[in-house]
Design a binder for this molecule. Structure first.
Ligand code: NAP
Length: 323
């Protein structure tokens, strides 16, 4: 194996596949050896698309599989952890699974077992880990910053916050990315979950009136901007070798409600806007508490990495332009 190794944990997921595709293109980064970890059997379509990448079966709950990576791939220079129980409702149903997968104790232990050079761990967290206290119980605050006080309202957010604490306490070099909703085109091998833009597009295309929340605000981020942020962090690490201890909000520049998301898609597609029926999030019991306004201030991201995420409207246009 040569120099500059990157390992994507959760490489079969939505972000993981986009990252693998970008690293495998090899145009913009100095990474020559690419590997990914999966939990279930990886789809053949993904394996076929990545003939030069190694794949490993890993269970974050037990830590099984990491020894095989050490044996045949060696210590990575960069690990990107995209693995998670990422559906908040599933975390609410099985908190034990949420904690044992989303808090990457086995991954951190494995990274600490390497003596000598340090591996940069880039870890995907969530906007739901960082909810300013005021917005939860006493009112609404918009565009929160990384240093605002946090109090997650659901198991998913709690597990992600625990992960942040573990990584910042144990790892010498890390970048924690608190991501908002990630949207964009489908993956090489389609993932078994609804993608937000494609879902809204498909329901509006049917011409039926659909309910959308007007009072939940997010800063959705285009998946290729997420990939760009991760590639800048990884490339800097192997080319500059300066210590990295970062916590960054990762979102798009626009604070939008679900109604505004649907309106943007309707405008681009030319759908009848009256199909969008604004309702309050409080009118629906989705089985899990969902914070009202977790829009984020991304000025630290832009200043630190010199990456400026594209507007929601431009990201939607690019998403809908792909098959
Ligand atoms: N997508 C979003 O809108 C969004 C927003 C904010 C934050 N995030 C965070 O960003 C990261 C990536 O999200 P995503 O949407 O790409 O997730 P995803 O599509 O749900 O993918 C999850 C990945 O985790 C792996 N995994 C699950 N259980 C595992 C286990 N026990 N051991 C090892 N791997 C396991 C899955 O592997 P198999 O497929 O092989 O089972 C899959 O590759 C997650 O941390 C998520 O919380 C995502």
């Amino acid at each position: 194996m040569g120099k500059n190794k990157v390992l994507i944990v959760g490489g079969t997921g939505y972000l993981g596949q986009h990252l693998l595709q970008a690293f495998a293109d090899g145009q913009t980064t100095p990474f020559h050896d690419i590997a990914f970890a999966h939990h279930s059997t990886p789809p053949q379509k993904l394996l076929d698309a990545l003939p030069h990448s190694l794949s490993f079966s890993v269970d974050l709950r037990s830590g099984s599989g990491f020894d095989s990576i050490s044996a045949s791939f060696g210590q990575p220079d960069v690990v990107v952890n995209c693995a998670a129980l990422s559906v908040p409702r599933a975390c609410e149903v099985d908190p034990e699974a949420a904690m044992s997968i989303n808090v990457p104790t086995s991954l951190v232990k494995w990274l600490l077992s390497f003596k000598g050079k340090s591996t940069l761990l880039i870890h995907l967290s969530t906007d739901q880990a960082d909810i300013p206290q005021l917005s939860v119980y006493e009112g609404t605050k918009s565009f929160y910053k990384e240093e605002d006080e946090v109090r997650p309202v659901n198991v998913y957010g709690k597990s992600k916050l625990e992960a942040e604490k573990l990584i910042s306490a144990r790892c010498s070099n890390f970048a924690i990315l608190r991501s908002s909703i990630i949207y964009g085109p489908q993956t090489i091998s389609p993932v078994p979950k609804f993608l937000p833009i494609q879902w809204i597009d498909s329901v509006l295309a049917k011409g039926n009136k659909v309910d959308f929340f007007y009072d939940e605000f997010r800063c959705p981020v285009y998946v290729k901007d997420v990939v760009a942020v991760i590639q800048v962090l990884a490339t800097r690490w192997v080319t500059e070798s300066t210590p990295v201890r970062l916590l960054l909000n990762l979102g798009g520049p626009d604070r939008v409600s679900r109604v505004q998301m649907a309106e943007t898609i309707a405008e681009i597609r030319g759908y009848d806007i009256s199909l969008i029926n604004p309702v309050s999030a409080s009118s629906v019991d989705g089985g899990v508490k969902s914070p009202a306004d977790i829009s984020m201030d991304i000025s630290k991201l832009v200043k630190t990495l010199n990456v400026t995420p594209i507007s929601f409207k431009d990201g939607v246009k690019l998403t809908l332009a792909e098959p």
